[in-house]
Design a protein around this ligand. Sequence first.
Ligand code: PLP
Length: 524
Amino acid sequence: MKNEIYLDNNATTGILSSARDAAIQTLVESYGNPSSTHTAGLQAQSLLSAVRERAGRLLDIGDGQLMFNSGATEGIQTAVLSALYAIREGRVKGEYVGNLILYGATEHKAVPESLMHWNRVLGLQLEIRSLPVDHHGQHDLEVLRRLAPDAALICTMAANNETGTISDLDGIAAAMGSSPALWLVDCVQALGKLQLRLSQTRIDYAPFSGHKLYAPKGIGMLYVRDGAPYTPLLVGGGQEHGLRAGTENMAGIAALGAVLAELENGTAFRNRAELEGLRQRLVDTLVRAFPGVVFNTPLAFSLPTTLNITVPGLSSGRLLDVFDAAGIRVSAGSACSAAKSLPSYVLEAMGLPTWRSSNAVRISLGAATDDGTVDAACLRIEECGNILRTFGPSDMADAVSNLPLPLPVCGAPPAGMGLSSRDLLVLLDEASEAILVDVRESVEHAISRLPGRLQAAINVPLAKLTDTVPGWLAAAQRPPIIFFCRSGNRSARAACYLRELGYEKAFHLGGGLALASEPLEHIF
Ligand code: PLP
């Protein structure tokens, strides 16, 4: 993506060029079905086996199995179904299997949701309990030691997606002692960042996801220890040796294979020391740009790619808006909860006060992030800090709650009010007197690099619109006024408002700067 500094790699990554080439090659040329017995099928089968072998080598799976699937959510379901079904069978046979399921309090939602779902579907009525973590986000091993003898299944992620906290897997294994429990370790965020030697551990199930390490979305893997119980989630044509039916996602597998090849002998991925160096540069910049910034996970306990911060007095929403306007893509907590703006359950579980858990911002490098990206990020973060200081805290107040007069929320916006970027260009060519109005906050306006002709825009934040409108209404001429903002929501409200007041030539850029029907850079 042009002009963008992408630092949300724990949500998803871009795709390596070698992975893209491998996927395209498979889609266009080598599109055989690995179950076919003709040459095209044999070639596909050979690719499948080669990628599986490479992954097995990298993860040191020993006699374990590794199957391809659609991603970690599926891997987690399959592991949970397998474990819970085995627990049910064990009960039927009268074996001691434990009555408790334990999952780390900071697990990705896919884990507790799967546990509750399959516990209900299988009618097991096992007690599902969350295992507390300490203020670093690491599991409470004392509690684990106490509960492990009663546990039938224990789920502890290898590294956390929001904070980067690395779990003490050796300590967890020791605390499990002689517990009969099966062990599921979500390794999604660890792949490519931590060394995993699965056969050297007692881990029974380990799900992985391609899109967290520069392969496409929709491809993943599940490791199952040799001898661990297994029940397929999908049955049908017997693919994946009957472990996971459905014609294989060969383009995804080829791409994942290219990523794994890079991991094994390539140069695309940075080593730990390099990543720590990049992260330290971001830390130093953040401390300068936002004095008082707090880091929600101690660096010594976290992945070198993840920072989780809170800036006192600055809401995460405001910081995200300013970063986004500056072209820096980061997130508040996990991508799945980004739209909900609730306090982070991960940070709450770590016992952080609400001002920190509600206003946390995650900055995540990828294992392949280059120096240039971090150079640019540091420059822009400094600019964001300067601009926020210039405008002061009053401009940080929430724009909507701060409105001097309530703006109407239009039901269906009037036809013709929303413009595509092409419509906008035509309108600007036809009416040189047209007024362009950026209704974002002043800080967002000041920090952003607007494309081409949008640079002529004046800035009237939505909260201040009612001060400016009387002047427009009283003017002798009524030129077209085109509002824009980031996503098109604020600008639609502004245009509706003006039209309701009788100003007919009020328009807005549909989809805003983010979603305009054609990339604005190409048009202006
Ligand atoms: N587990 C963790 C730790 C994750 O970060 C994610 C991704 O959001 C998942 C599981 C789910 O992975 P997928 O998107 O492959 O289903």
